[in-house]
Design a protein around this ligand. Structure first.
Ligand code: CA
Length: 119
């Protein structure tokens, strides 16, 4: 899916967030980074078209400082797409995922789900 000069690709293969990040890197891309409501809508619409209903890893973690999410590209964490009440997993859930409803949750980084690459 192409939006605003980026290309996004859902991989429906379940893996941990770190493995997913590495897999995107092998393809010359990175895990998707969402920095606006418009981008979140575009990605959500794309996920809906795929019919994939599981979570998908994004490129954000709070591994370094609990409670402070950062994008792996270093882009500013300016848009917050968390579902109400999220993130709530404390130090056991440090990875940000999204799905067809566009509402982000924090999950354990070893959660085996699909992932979204962006280039
Ligand atoms: Ca956390």
């Amino acid at each position: 899916m192409v939006w605003d000069s980026s290309c996004y690709y859902l991989v429906q293969q379940s893996m941990s967030q770190s493995d997913a990040s590495a897999a995107c890197n092998v393809l010359g891309s990175h895990l998707a980074v969402i920095t606006s409501a418009a981008e979140n809508v575009a990605i959500t619409n794309y996920l809906q078209t795929t019919g994939y209903t599981n979570w998908v890893h994004l490129g954000a973690t709070d591994n370094a400082v609990e409670g402070t999410y950062v994008w792996e590209t270093g882009e500013a964490f300016v848009y917050l797409g968390w579902e109400i009440g999220q993130p709530q997993g404390g130090s056991s859930e440090n990875c940000c995922v999204t799905r067809y409803d566009g509402k982000w949750h924090d999950v354990n980084c070893n959660s085996l789900v699909g992932y979204l690459c962006e280039i």
